[in-house]
Design a protein around this ligand. Structure first.
Ligand code: PEP
Ligand code: MN
Length: 352
């Protein structure tokens, strides 16, 4: 990391960047309020730090100790804010994302969307392309599901978070999604990480059930290394020997990530527990531990859900979760982000 002098000229910055590139490394410019910082990305082990120290306009050169650079708090000490349609994830306000695991029908989606909006959600989740363990399970409605998500956004004003499974889907999904979700199973799909990085579209990156925190941050680094800065991370439970729950919520990961990275950190208590009965308790724990938001599965009729019904909350239970999360967030000096005013809150779906 090359810290330029407060009064460094544009010419001096350009010269320093050119020197970085001459060494076969990449330069990421960070324009601070007072000064410019040049993040040097690549294998800099063989580079003499002195050659930069003596360049005009350079104040200091600080090596970053972690293998991830752009994701690290050493590199960007302040929280990165992730703008999401009127709210900033990573700011003091807690951001709530909710909706069904899968988009199943227009009625199911719209009813759920209105209900979670009324309960205080900021964004709508719902998968149109589903990564299922069995090839015989419901795989999602594909583009028809994306159309329904677009209609739900129109109707409720909520931005859409939906999963992307393949690099070739980038052009289609970026037309519909406000945030591309990279799921646990694809956290180390490097072709996909590169593609969503290049797209410059906002990304929600979920931790793999078998990845260490460092591996999650290295996955984020792939996306960031394309200059895409809008990345938020999500703890969604890891595999352990415990079988009472679907996964084990790694609650430690939340404060650990908050100290290692400037990126916003969310918790998904639905997948991390796998049982609706435990979702609200673990949601409260996540906020107490410092999460910037929650992504929760909600279904109007969980027993009929085509995926993850057992861990989905009914809308009234989600409303209760929101009110409990509000109380916990206030106890830890935060609050729920205000819900931006939108046209609709609870009109009919046009179907019965
Ligand atoms: C999901 O959000 O529905 C999902 C498949 O999550 P994960 O990738 O965390 O398993
Ligand atoms: Mn799910």
């Amino acid at each position: 990391m090359i810290i330029m002098h407060i009064d460094a000229t544009q010419q001096q910055i350009t010269t320093a960047v050119a020197r970085v590139e001459d060494n076969g490394l990449r330069a990421h410019l960070i324009q601070g309020e007072e000064r410019t910082v040049i993040g040097v990305v690549g294998d800099g082990r063989k580079i003499f730090k002195d050659q930069f120290l003596h360049l005009p306009g350079v104040d200091r050169v600080i090596p970053i100790s972690h293998p991830y650079k752009l994701a690290s708090r050493e590199f960007i000490p302040e929280n990165s804010l992730f703008p999401l349609d009127g709210v900033n994830v990573g700011d003091n306000g807690i951001v709530m994302i909710a909706g069904p695991c899968s988009v199943e029908s227009r009625t199911q989606l719209l009813e759920t969307a209105y209900a979670v909006r009324e309960a205080g959600a900021h964004a709508l989740r719902g998968g149109a392309y589903k990564p299922r363990t069995s090839p015989y399970s419901f795989q999602g409605l594909g583009e028809a599901g994306l159309e329904m998500l677009a209609e739900a956004r129109e109707a409720t004003g909520m931005p859409i978070v939906t999963e992307i499974m393949a690099p070739e889907h980038v052009p289609l999904l970026t037309r519909y999604a406000d945030v591309l979700q990279v799921g646990a199973r694809n956290m180390q799909n490097y072709a996909l990480l590169n593609a969503v990085g290049e797209s410059q579209h906002p990304v929600l990156l979920k931790r793999s059930m078998m990845a260490s925190i460092d591996e999650l941050l290295m996955a984020a680094e792939y996306i960031l290394s394309h200059g895409n800065r809008r990345v938020m991370l999500c703890e969604r439970g890891i595999r352990t020997f415990e079988t009472a729950t679907r996964n084990t919520t790694d609650i430690n990961a939340i404060p650990v990530l908050k100290s290692l990275t400037h990126l916003p950190v969310l918790l998904d208590p639905s997948h991390s527990t796998g049982h609706w009965e435990y979702v609200t308790a673990v949601a409260r724990a996540g906020i107490a531990a410092g999460a910037d938001g929650l992504i929760v599965e909600v279904h109007v009729n969980p027993s009929e859900a085509k995926s993850d019904g057992g861990q989905s909350l009914k809308p009234e239970r989600y409303a209760e979760l929101v009110s409990q999360v509000r109380a916990v967030s206030e106890a830890v000096g935060r609050s729920l982000a205000p819900v931006p005013l939108t046209a609709a809150s609870s009109v009919g779906t046009g179907e019965s």
